[in-house]
Design a protein around this ligand. Structure first.
Ligand code: C2O
Ligand code: CU
Length: 462
């Protein structure tokens, strides 16, 4: 979805989403929190063009769905229409809405039946790069997802253009084994991986897409020599961790999961499912076309987009499978990320602590829904430690909160999804229990989630 900031602000209508009222920027600040349009999202069967091959899927009009963009403090109001043959809901991944707007069927709301609608409405307090996606069964594995950008009231980063890249693993219409009616096609028990392999999942996905496009028909992002680009890189895949790099360019990480970090310059990103990074890229080459490479961690799989310098003589895109050497360069790590706005944790020790073992696709030997909730009380400082004894990395996602990853610096990144390394990898995070309700805490591998790798964080009655 290449566009300049100016083009975004001039947006009036795109497929699948209509802006029923004006842009929030035009509204008077004196009139209370402005409503960022009345957005309509229609979930429906559709076809997606994959380099000339038309495949059936479900989506919100386009894949990815239309970008939702608003400013911190706006009220987001989205009218969901369900034209799918089954129930659906929408979850706002990374936002912390009131519980009833979180989009988890049977937990935070009644599922939206076929032919019915539901209005999501809440104030988006915090700026960042987020995603929205369906939260019923394996619907996310189809095209039911899109980017959700909340701009700060005052942008502190300076850049010339921005692009969003949604990385996805794909099998709709290209894989005969995709049992979409219910569970994934492979059994719950995972194959052991070789010990040196970073692997987030084990299912077969024939294609990796960047913004809904396969390598043979790659998205092209334009830059002028000297431009500074902001890229919002998001992993919306069901079963694939990605490594991301750009040939001939380095990446300065400014945000993880939408939350600001002290800038760190690296060659490559690793993103578990549900994770996002914002990076700045200096278009410092004199020209040319450059590969934005997307490689599946731990298995075969390749996707890409193209960075093209405007006016460049070279018009041919790099060969589809040209692999940037930067993919093997310096990789961002949680330990080197420093939160710009750490959580306001009190001094002393946490009020409540959970130590959880991730084994297979279980959390502490339990599989949801036959699993105990994790109680917390409003106002508490809660610490969660996860030890992963399985062979797969698990990107663990907490709804409704931002947590701070505990790192040696004492100022680890604030995130909502964190990848716990396999074979006794450990991650600890802290959060403040300030958003009452029942909140999902789960692995963002959607096969693992369907297998029951889920707990509820449940606020005790006050
Ligand atoms: Cu992005 Cu419960 O999900
Ligand atoms: Cu998992």
């Amino acid at each position: 979805m290449p566009a300049t900031r100016r083009q975004f602000l001039g947006l009036t209508a795109v497929a699948g989403l209509s802006l029923l009222t004006g842009c929030s920027a035009k509204q008077s600040p004196a009139a209370g929190p402005p409503t960022a349009g009345g957005l309509r999202l229609t979930a429906a069967p559709m076809r997606l063009d994959l380099a000339g091959r038309s495949v059936p899927t479900w989506g919100y009009g386009t894949v990815p769905g239309p970008e939702i963009r608003l400013r911190a403090g706006d009220v987001m109001r989205v009218q969901l229409e369900n034209e799918l043959p089954e129930d659906t809901t929408v979850h706002w991944h990374g936002l912390a809405p009131p519980n009833g707007m979180d989009g988890v069927p049977g937990i935070t709301q009644e599922p939206v039946a076929s032919g019915e609608g539901f209005t999501y409405e809440f104030e988006t307090a915090i700026a960042g790069s987020f995603m929205y996606h369906a939260h019923v069964g394996m619907q996310l594995d189809r095209g039911l997802y899109g980017p959700l950008i909340v701009e700060p009231r005052t942008e502190e980063l300076a850049y010339d253009r921005e692009y969003t890249l949604m990385l996805d693993d794909w099998r709709d219409g290209v894989d005969d084994h995709a049992g979409h009616a219910g569970q994934g096609s492979a059994p719950a028990e995972e194959d052991p991986d070789p010990a040196d392999l970073v692997s987030f999942g084990g299912r077969v996905y024939p294609l990796l897409l960047v913004n809904g496009r396969p390598p043979e028909d790659a998205a092209v992002f334009e830059a002028r020599p000297g431009d500074r680009l902001r890229l919002r890189v998001m992993n919306i895949a069901a079963d694939t961790g990605f490594r991301f790099a750009i040939a001939g360019h380095r990446l300065t990480v400014t945000h993880s999961d939408g939350m600001p970090v002290e800038p760190v310059t690296v060659d490559a990103l690793r993103l578990g499912m549900g994770e996002r990074y914002d990076v700045l890229v200096e278009a410092a080459q004199p020209g040319g076309v450059w590969q934005l490479g997307v490689q599946a961690e731990g298995r075969r799989g390749w996707g890409r987009a193209v960075l093209r310098y405007t006016g460049s003589q070279a018009s041919a895109a790099p060969v589809a499978h040209d692999r940037p050497a930067e993919l093997d360069g310096r990789l961002v790590s949680y330990d080197e990320l420093l939160a710009v706005e750490p959580l306001a944790l009190p001094s002393g020790t946490p009020d409540r602590q959970y130590d959880l073992v991730l084994s297979g696709t279980q959390i502490d030997r339990q599989s949801f829904p036959d699993a105990d909730p994790l109680p917390v009380a409003e106002g508490e400082w809660v610490r969660v430690t996860m030890r992963n004894t399985s062979a797969k990395w698990h990107p663990m996602h907490l709804h409704g909160h931002h947590f701070q990853v505990l790192t040696p610096s004492g100022r680890g990144p604030v995130k909502d999804t964190v990848s716990v390394p396999a074979r006794n990898g450990m991650v600890t995070f802290d959060f403040l229990a300030t958003n009452p309700g029942d909140w999902l805490f789960h692995c963002h591998n959607h096969h693992h989630m369907e297998d029951g790798m889920v707990r509820l964080v449940r606020y005790l009655p006050s």
